[in-house]
Design a protein around this ligand. Structure first.
Ligand SMILES: [Zn+2]
Ligand SMILES: [Zn+2]
Length: 314
């Protein structure tokens, strides 16, 4: 039931990306001017669900991507900022946890459903840390062709002011955090965050728990990168590690392994069709995801749309 609730609220409110579900992209294009407004409206009405992961680390779930809050005397360290309209709910939930001062906001990647709240979080006192390309991409207009979404450049206050290229290590509130960049996967801006003491890893959108993932081909994303990043993460976690996916319910190593196996299976099926000379449409018609659809095909991307993404990014 928890999963169903999470998935439903995700589908209802998660950017255009969520609303896209199984509607044809062309239909969405006509609706694009409404999508961002709708996503923000949804976020304004979505309360934050807080789940304790460790003494001073909590999962925050509402509209947009999953978030996390680490509290303590060094100040609050927060991951991702959802939509701007979610910020009042986030502040309220944080106030319920602690009176620590705002300190650091980490962006897992540049997507709007993880960064739209940046400006308000910065104004509240958080300084923003992200991959160098997250700052670059937020600094310029961007678009997601599959969903017909066009976004303006972010305001100065929303931009990360500390960036890194490969890895960053932060010692904060008694824990040691690794922030690691991966080769282009979901986008070319992805990082994941590993809290060693709490034994928690936030994957960002390298994991959509329970449904076919979106891969942002216009921002360098590709299926092989998703698989490779997942395999890297799997070497770093144990059976006790809690993994926070970018979207969907809290998970564990076994669940993430299953997701990675699915990605590899779909990739191999599509690659066979592509190397045999089939066009994208012909490959889609062969239903290469069929054996996975019962488990993964009921989320934001239809099997056909996901097959097209895999085909084009191979
Ligand atoms: Zn996302
Ligand atoms: Zn994303």
């Amino acid at each position: 039931m928890l999963i169903e609730m999470n998935r439903r609220s995700f589908l209802r409110t998660s950017l255009a990306f969520g609303a896209a579900a199984t509607i044809a992209p062309r239909t969405l294009f006509a609706q694009k001017s409404d999508q961002l407004a709708q996503a923000r409206d949804g976020a304004a009405k979505t309360p934050i669900k807080v789940t304790k992961l460790y003494d001073n680390l909590h999962l925050f779930q509402g509209a947009g991507g999953n978030m996390a809050a680490q509290t303590g005397p060094d100040g609050i360290l927060y991951i991702d900022s959802s939509f701007a309209t979610a910020i009042p709910h986030i502040k309220e939930a944080l106030a319920g946890l602690s009176h620590d001062a705002p300190d650091t906001l980490i962006n897992t990647h540049f997507h709007f459903d993880h960064t739209d709240g940046n400006e308000a979080m910065h104004a509240a006192g958080f300084h923003i840390v992200a991959h160098t390309k997250t700052r670059q991409r937020l600094s310029a207009p961007s678009s997601v062709k599959l969903f017909g979404v066009d976004l303006p450049a972010s305001p100065a206050g929303a931009l990360p002011t500390t960036t890194f290229d490969h890895a960053m290590h932060i010692w904060h509130n008694g824990d040691a955090l690794d922030l690691l960049h991966v080769e282009p996967a979901h986008t070319d801006t992805d990082i994941f965050i590993h809290f060693h003491k709490a034994d928690v890893l936030h994957t960002g959108d390298l994991w959509f728990n329970g449904f076919y993932p979106f891969i942002d081909e216009g921002a360098g994303g590709c299926i092989d990168g998703m698989i490779k990043a997942g395999k890297h993460i799997l070497t770093l976690v144990s059976g006790t590690t809690r993994l926070i996916p970018g979207h969907g319910p809290l998970g564990d190593k076994a669940g993430f392994q299953k997701f990675n196996d699915m990605l590899s299976g779909v990739r191999d099926n599509v690659a066979k069709l592509k190397s045999a000379g089939l066009s994208e449409q012909e490959a889609i018609a062969k239903k290469p995801t069929a054996s996975f659809d019962a488990d993964w095909g009921h989320g934001m991307l239809s099997p056909d749309v996901f097959t097209g993404l895999v085909y084009r990014t191979l």
